[in-house]
Design a protein around this ligand. Sequence first.
Ligand code: SF4
Length: 525
Amino acid sequence: MCGSRVAIVDCLARGSRLKRFATQDVIGVGPRLVSGILHDLGHEAKVIQCEEAYKVSNALSGFEALFVSGMSTDIPSMLKLVSRWSGGPAIAGGPSFVDYLRLIYSGYNFVVWGEGELTIPSLIDYLNGKKELDEVPNLIYKVGNHVIRNPGPRWANKPVLWGFTPSVKDITSYPGWWGARVYVEVVRGCSNFFRPTLPLRNGRTCIFCDLCRKGSLIQRLKCPIDIPPGCGYCSVPSLFGPARSRPMEQIVDEVKSLIKLGVKRIVLSAPDFLDYGRDWLVSPDPLTNPREPPPNIDAIDNLLYRLTSISEVSTEETYIMVENLKPNLVTEESAKVLGRYLRGTPVNLGLESGDPQHHIALGRPSRVDEVFRAVKLLKKYGLRPYVYVIHGLPGENERVIESTLKAVKKVWDLGSEKITLYRFTPLKGTAFEGFPKPPPAVKSKAKSLYELVRKLNKEGKLRLKGRKLKAIPVNRGKDGLIAYALPHGPVIIIESNNTSLIGRVVEVKVDKVLSDRLVKGFLIT
Ligand code: SF4
């Protein structure tokens, strides 16, 4: 195993069909980080796309170990892939680790529970004969008919955390990488250790001890009746721990390397970007309060100043964006600092449920009125707020749908540019584990919500008609070039067959709205 060739297959968002149908322009952090860890440990690691690894006959030949990254919903693709593997150890990781039994009983030798930094170095030592199997923290494997899960830390801390450098060169294995949104990790974990108060499937219901809302930062880690932390539908705090910020120097170095390679769109990835540097204000305690202290404006200002001072960013050859914000942390001050550096870029806010009581009962860190305030402030300072909603959640009823319809109309009127309606998925390791998955919105009582969201998003796209946009063609489709809008927007079909434009920034005038996700345009330059 020493110095060996390792394949890292990215199955993220492939579902059961070994193909990405949504978020095709996203390059996530996980596989690049695993590649970086293996590289730092002296191995030759290569990221390969799931489609290629499965369909191209010799794509995995010559590799001595296989790492596969995916979410729970990607397990069918991960299983198909491992059935093709005949080399050395097959190791599964990424958020799919919560379904480790399925992975272990279907061909994977090992599953890495949680953060790779904690397990991969010891696993490599074991494979090199330098450690015993039971010494590898957080590793899951089978001995005879028994599945063993080794104990280990619940989450990584420094120096292990941020001790490895995510691979930059591996992004070139992604089709259209030059136009993709490349995610750069800035915060690991989430500060929301509130918990839902709705009755749960395992028979537990909050006893209102208030520890997770009013206790000390340490006390909030543990609920006396073991309700997992965070919003009931989200697994981030229970599986990846409280928010921990990455050192600024590392972020700046990684962004510079990506820009040097030719990346045009970079997303600062964090369950909440406004958690950046907030943990430093309460250290050594864990940041388990999603509301206090307020955002660390100096840290955010410093980071964004340094990133937007990179010449390619200041001249708008490359764009920097942030991912998600907690609505309650969007204050006049934090919105102002975001607007100073990120004007014209989109940001995501979770509304999820527009019913004030239901919103809080889900374990949300915010209130509904704070979502409205956040949209207003972000708009005021020149950002483009996108809002998430979830249908089919536990506790959803006619009143909740009615209130959510009103709240969606309100955020739209306040300036939200896009609404994304998700279907609730009961994830393992979350408080809402075990609830049934609801039918698709069109076939459920949330149909009116689906229709409203569709109508508003289409209206939003219609506003683009006649507008000039910068875009980057990434491929040739049957009706022309397929391009991504800069810094972010709908997919654009450009009426041109000039494939030499692929990878170059062009200006396009939008002349037709094809759907709520797709527009058509023609080249100006
Ligand atoms: S979720 Fe748990 S910790 Fe929070 S108030 Fe309820 S019982 Fe207490």
